[in-house]
Design a protein around this ligand. Structure first.
Ligand code: SAM
Length: 271
């Protein structure tokens, strides 16, 4: 698994460049707790936990939460947020470990719920990683996977950026798997798991063009990382000129609906 991690360099701006808010995360936590029929002893593991955007509500509610991430800077951001949370928080229920998710440092059947959110595309050998999830999950446990779908207005913005990028012939777009959901679904169904889908939450997201441009300038997204610096700055200059013309003003607001979708896997032993 590749150890280099760009997330270290964007950890401090990560949350603002995504589209999850605290209240949305609380609603999603409500839905997940119902889904897994949680009791006070239910334990959660989030590999690739990042800054804790998804799992912080579970920590606040006193559940036993373990987060693993390869990026120390992302974990530091998470710790900072925990320290800023009002005093009813008992941080002793939170364990954060810097580790590679393809070698989870836990024994078999350690967790009731394993949650991954927009993470599997970042690991270099995903079948090994899924095998690890299966190993540390209790037989009656739940594996929950969410692959964020970029809200439509931001997706259009992204495709406009990529179209300009492709005009620079010297750039090589890396090959990547697009159909993660199918790959993961195939893996777990093939191993006898039951699969279910739930649309957990829909909410509106609005950004100005200027905000989105600033996130791109900070190279907050994976598709900006592999572009060599000199090309990246030229592409950004072209893209800003394009946006000023296309959107009329950089203060134009782009709105669309974000979705948090969950794919839920349970072992047939749990039924
Ligand atoms: C797109 S972020 C998602 C973070 C968080 N799950 C969220 O929804 O905000 C991907 C995270 O996976 C972490 N990551 C990437 N490869 C990893 C690996 N091999 N082992 C553990 N964490 C990894 C990154 O450091 C980053 O924090």
């Amino acid at each position: 698994m590749v150890k280099t991690n760009y997330y270290n360099s964007i950890a401090t701006i990560y949350d603002q460049t995504r589209w999850m808010s605290e209240s949305v995360a609380e609603d999603i936590a409500d839905a997940i707790l119902t889904l897994v029929d949680a009791n006070p002893n239910t334990s959660f593991l989030e590999p690739g936990v990042g800054t804790g955007l998804n799992i912080l509500p579970f920590v606040k509610r006193g559940y036993s939460v373990t987060g693993i991430d390869i990026s120390q800077a992302m974990l530091d951001q998470f710790r900072r947020k925990v320290q800023q949370t009002p005093s009813n928080l008992t941080p002793s229920n939170l364990t954060l470990i810097q580790a590679d998710a393809s070698e989870l440092p836990f024994s078999e059947s350690s967790f009731d719920v394993v949650l991954t959110v927009h993470m599997i595309h970042t690991v270099s050998h995903w079948p090994t990683f899924l095998g690890e999830i299966e190993r540390v999950l209790k037989p009656e446990g739940f594996y929950l996977n969410a692959q964020w779908v970029v809200p439509p207005a931001r997706k259009v913005f992204e495709s406009q950026f990529k179209a300009i990028l492709l005009q620079y012939k010297e750039t090589q777009v890396p090959k990547r798997v697009d159909n993660w959901i199918e790959e993961i679904d195939g893996y777990f169904r093939g191993r006898g798991y039951q699969a279910e889908y739930q649309m957990v939450k829909e909410w509106s997201v609005t950004n100005t063009v200027a905000e989105l441009l600033s996130y791109y300038q900070s190279r907050a997204y994976g598709f900006c990382w592999w572009v060599p610096d000199d090309i990246f700055y030229r592409v950004m200059a072209d893209f800003e000129a394009f946006c000023a013309d296309y959107y009329g003003s950089l203060e134009t607001e782009l709105s669309s609906t974000a979705q948090f979708e969950l794919w839920i896997y349970t072992s047939s032993q749990a039924a």
